[in-house]
Write a protein that binds this ligand. Sequence first.
Ligand code: PLP
Length: 421
Amino acid sequence: EDLKDQYAAENPRSRELMAEAESWMPGGNTRSVLHFDPFPLVIEKGEGAKLYDVNGHVMLDCVGEFSAGLYGHSEPAILKAVSEAMSSGIVLGGPNLYEARLAELVCKRFASMDLVRFCNSGTEANVLAAVTAREVTGRSAIVVFDGAYHGGVMTFAGGQNPMNVPFDWIVLPYNDPAAAREVFIKNGRRIAAVFVEPVLGAAGNIAGTYEFLQTLREETEKSGSLLIFDEVKTSRLGGGGVQGILGITPDMTTLGKYLGGGFTLGAFGGRADIMTRFNPHEPGSLKHAGTFNNNVCSMAAGIAGLSSVFTKERAEAFLKQSESFRLRLGEALTNVHPDFHVTGLGSLISIHFASVEPKSGADTTKETRQFRDLLSLKGLLGGVAFTGRGDIFLSLPMTDSDMEIILKLIVSTATEYLDFR
Ligand code: PLP
């Protein structure tokens, strides 16, 4: 409570602006995830790996726009590509010079994607992939995992969410191959698709085991349903996403977040025989419209990002660098107390406090939540912005010394947590 008072006292301008915002938006909010008690910081500017708030604080940015901020702020190659593209018009109302090039870059990078379609967000990509799977298989049920977040209308923390699209969802525990096998024995013929995040993100960056993901591959293949990897977040891991790391190829993949270089973008794609159902040359093809699906800014930023900033080589190097940070942080926190666990993979990182390392979305403990609350507050007071739930997203412009500052702040907060608990 003292820290909250200190936070409120140090951020009067954010408090004022949020109070004004409440006149026009419920609770001043238009993105539930940005809600923070007593009020979130209003951000004025971003530059490289730093955020500047309206009270003049400068913070290292571990929010990383919930992983969409891979490139950091104001990446020169992206700014240049977008301003060049914009100088010839912003919405053109026809196929343009960019979309096929971005599609080529995406398909060449992700093994499962022979053909791709663009949309405006990760949420849209997932809804469209779900609809496609139901159409292609003629089946209704979709298997998802407890704790999964596939967008605001496909959220499965603690079971169902009233905002979900009303599909026939079957919610299973994550990282439980036996439960997955069993559901196929009982419901195999009803299942259109299995949707899985290869690292369960919002539930605390819990990596799927090879055995779990491979079981999903085998069971979907046997039953004729589709395996869909939601790589909206994890596509940043290595040169070809988690599918590339594990060598497990899903039938469809969904993407978003950093793919548009900071501009709004989603993509869904997969095997040619599935995606070809959208081919308008074919009679009875599926229709998928969307005014901004091929918008020039997202396409141009996406191309610049994949071709000149986050090349496959850079992606591999970043995975190594960030995974070594994650492991180092894990060791440092284990030395503070063996119940600390640093989960995730590479640049997608969460901290848990539990007697055993969490393996599924249901495993979050009260201590984990307390520690993360403390970490976000200590971070905001100490010059490092973490998400409200304490995730850590590393970005390309972070230097080794930035990472050292982040590590030290986390370790000192962990020590303080033990006294406070
Ligand atoms: N899928 C995953 C795994 C996500 O983490 C998110 C967003 O956090 C989404 C889908 C939804 O993407 P968007 O916010 O672009 O709709």
